[in-house]
Design a binder for this molecule. Structure first.
Ligand code: AHM
Ligand code: MG
Length: 333
């Protein structure tokens, strides 16, 4: 039985052996993310206990400041990744500007972007949240981190992944050679390989995932698309709707079961809500690596050049036929 157990560390080492171009620097980043995921997972699992254990205002019984979980997750990632020596810059949803990695050392060959705790408004109600990350190569020479190192299109990612803190904690990532999923065994504190080479089922479950409360704010094409999904023609399959409100959870279901996840723009805010660098581009890489499509309704997400660290884009991810269908409806807008 135990012969089939593969830890994420084994898997990464195996990949490194298989691909001679792989460098230890890159492996180091993945191993730090693996560690950060376990630390954040433990904190997320204890979140509901804080009230019981005693918090007055924002301090605990020992009079210590209780940090908000998204700030805590951000600190864990910044501190662990800073130490690995493979990075020259970091971009976080929680930081306005980019974070330079110690000037005292040689600059590492990589840049990382992450959302430390996506969907954090769901924490207080015990609903799944996640961490999303994306790794790029530093393009320019020298110690300085330049704009063109930070603002690269998603097609330049060398790795992307997420951690889902759900009914179990899962780490899902790609290095451009398929998508693999690992489940945290809390008993031994290791992520174990649970899905090798994930593919989005197509045809899979006919599920659409979108915040329908915004219906009246959408463009006519977006409204017609959702009307088509609600009321398919007589010969077409019918759909179910699912929306957690945590992209990592909604996307993970889409990856495993099929369907489409959408966060479109509105007439007043055509760019939508989700951020390209650390939310949408990594999910788009995973989606394509699993045989799906990822667009902003018109363009391939991975081709979009970010205009800033917190650039937003409308988002359509999922089974190719459904994302293509969305594109046909949006083309009329
Ligand atoms: P956040 O980064 O502030 O947590 O927001 C991102 C989250 C996504 O996980 C999710 O898809 C979306 O916001 C939900 O937004 P809405 O409540 O508008 O449907
Ligand atoms: Mg977020």
């Amino acid at each position: 039985m135990t012969g089939s157990i593969v830890t994420v560390e084994h898997f990464i080492a195996e990949q490194e052996r298989e691909y001679p171009e792989a460098t230890g620097a890159f492996t180091d980043i993945l191993l730090q993310i693996n560690l950060a995921a376990k630390v954040i997972s433990a904190a997320v699992n204890r979140a509901g206990l804080i009230d019981i254990l005693g918090v007055i205002g924002s301090t605990n019984v020992h009079d210590e400041e209780v940090q908000k979980l998204d700030d805590y997750a951000n600190d864990v990632l910044l501190n662990l990744l800073r130490r690995c020596g493979s990075l020259s810059g970091m971009v976080s949803e929680e930081e306005e500007g980019f974070v330079h990695v110690p000037e005292s050392r040689d600059p590492g060959p990589y840049i990382i972007a992450f959302d430390p705790l996506d969907g954090s408004s769901n924490i207080d109600v015990n609903i799944s949240v996640g961490t999303i990350f994306s790794v790029y190569r530093k393009r320019s020479d020298g110690t300085r981190v330049r704009r063109r190192d930070l603002l690269q299109p998603g097609s330049e990612q060398v790795a992307a992944g997420y951690v889902l803190y759900g009914s179990s904690t899962m780490l899902v990532f790609t290095t451009g050679r398929g998508v693999h999923g690992f489940t945290l065994d809390p008993g031994i504190g290791e992520f174990l390989l649970s899905y090798r080479n994930l593919r989005i089922p197509s045809p899979g479950k006919n599920i659409y995932s979108i915040n329908e409360a915004y219906f009246d704010k959408w463009t006519p094409g977006q409204q017609r698309l959702v009307e088509r999904l609600r009321q398919p023609p007589p010969d077409a399959p019918s759909f179910s709707a699912r929306y957690v409100g945590s992209m990592v959870a909604d996307f993970h279901r889409t990856l495993l079961r099929g369907g489409i996840f959408m966060y479109p723009g509105t007439v007043a805010k055509p760019e939508g809500k989700l951020r390209l660098l650390y939310e949408v581009a990594p999910m788009a890489m995973i989606c394509e690596q699993a045989g799906g499509l990822a667009t902003d309704g018109r363009r391939r997400i991975l081709d979009i050049e970010p205009e800033g660290l917190h650039h937003r884009v409308p988002t359509f991810l999922g089974a190719p036929d459904l994302v293509e269908m969305a594109g046909r409806y949006l083309a009329d807008d």
